[in-house]
Write a protein that binds this ligand. Structure first.
Ligand SMILES: Cc1cc2nc3c(=O)[nH]c(=O)nc-3n(C[C@H](O)[C@H](O)[C@H](O)COP(=O)(O)OP(=O)(O)OC[C@H]3O[C@@H](n4cnc5c(N)ncnc54)[C@H](O)[C@@H]3O)c2cc1C
Length: 306
């Protein structure tokens, strides 16, 4: 129920407007969001790299409603790619298609993202297209497939699959047929029973099944979860199947299970941290609180301490 409440809150435009402007809101978000500026996210990236972790940087924002906003969002990602290269950081970027204008004009979003992938190719980098709610699933996968087919783009763009979606097994097979890199996660949105598994046990079982398909595919994928049981099962599967530690990576979110992130690196696995930054942090934070309502108390305690 709490998860449903937070997903509903994440969609409230009125609350979002108030929260993102308030100083208490900005303090609240700092545990999960690395500040609002490029400088702040570059510093956070550097500190992760120093610990042996790679990074994926996400400029927070989704569902933009006019073409100028979409172009500005794309321009910021171009700047991120240049900054990562200039500072020799070990980082790629993650973006959402609705941040690039998908809701306004599919052609505009395509132009924006295609130019970003071409930029990533030039600087040997990589663009991960995040997966949003189910109204976007098919369009996002088609989009990534189209970008990936452009000659030269093969190693510079990848997709995300959510294990809560009933269709994901088929989607994984389709993406693997074209050797597209996948980030596997559980899924963060509220989806109906017809489309998505509702029980954690079913979502986890599907995750484990898909993880095995991915690891055996010979393509470089990301296993994105904080679920220790799944992580242990992934390690065991990789060892049993003699899949080298550099053939895939674990991924986690900034500020979540930092202990486990560092343990995986110490144990010789690859670990990438997804670092969001920017002023539009409200929907992202609400989804994180919904995943673990105990975070509300954690954040409240930290606010009181300051
Ligand atoms: C790198 C990365 C990228 C992602 N990209 C997408 C995407 O493109 N689309 C999408 O829909 N979702 C995305 N997600 C979110 C994902 O779908 C889940 O909502 C989120 O990761 C929580 O699921 P879990 O696998 O950690 O397992 P859960 O079963 O939710 O949690 C397992 C354990 O992890 C810890 N944990 C989980 N969440 C939190 C939290 N918020 N705070 C503190 N502890 C927590 C707890 O110990 C919990 O018991 C991404 C996640 C990661 C790590």
């Amino acid at each position: 129920m709490l998860r449903t409440l937070f997903v509903w809150l994440s969609e409230s435009r009125a609350l979002r407007a108030v929260a993102e402007r308030s100083s208490i809101g900005q303090r609240t978000s700092s545990r999960f969001v690395a500040g609002t500026t490029i400088e702040a996210v570059m510093a956070a990236t550097r500190s992760m790299n120093d610990l042996g972790l790679t990074v994926s940087i996400d400029n927070l924002g989704e569902n933009v409603t006019n073409p100028d906003e979409a172009r500005q969002s794309a321009a910021l990602y171009h700047q991120l790619l240049d900054e990562i290269t200039a500072r020799r950081l070990k980082a790629n970027v993650s973006l959402k298609l609705t941040h690039m204008g998908l809701d306004i004009d599919e052609k505009l979003a395509h132009e924006n993202v295609c130019a970003l992938v071409a930029h990533a190719v030039r600087c040997y980098n990589f663009i991960r297209v995040d997966m949003e709610g189910s109204p976007y699933t098919q369009r996002t996968l088609d989009f990534v497939r189209e970008l990936h087919r452009v000659p030269g783009h093969e190693d510079s763009v990848g997709a995300v699959i959510q294990s809560y979606m009933r269709r994901s097994r088929r989607d994984v097979e389709d993406l693997l047929a074209e050797r597209i890199r996948i980030r596997l996660c559980k899924g963060a949105y509220k989806e109906p029973h017809e489309l998505a598994f509702q029980k954690k046990s079913e979502v986890d079982a599907n995750y484990l099944e898909l993880m095995k398909v991915l690891l055996k595919s010979g393509v470089y994928h990301g296993i994105a979860t904080h679920d220790e049981k799944i992580i242990v099962a992934t390690e065991a599967f990789a060892r049993a199947e003699k899949i080298p530690a550099d053939a895939f990576e674990f991924q986690m979110l900034y500020g979540i299970r930092r202990d486990l992130q560092q343990k995986l690196v110490r144990d010789g696995w690859r670990m990438r941290v997804y670092i969001p930054f920017g002023t539009e942090w409200y929907p992202y934070l609400m989804r994180r609180l919904g995943e673990r309502p105990a975070n509300v108390f954690f954040i409240a305690r930290n606010l009181l301490r300051r």
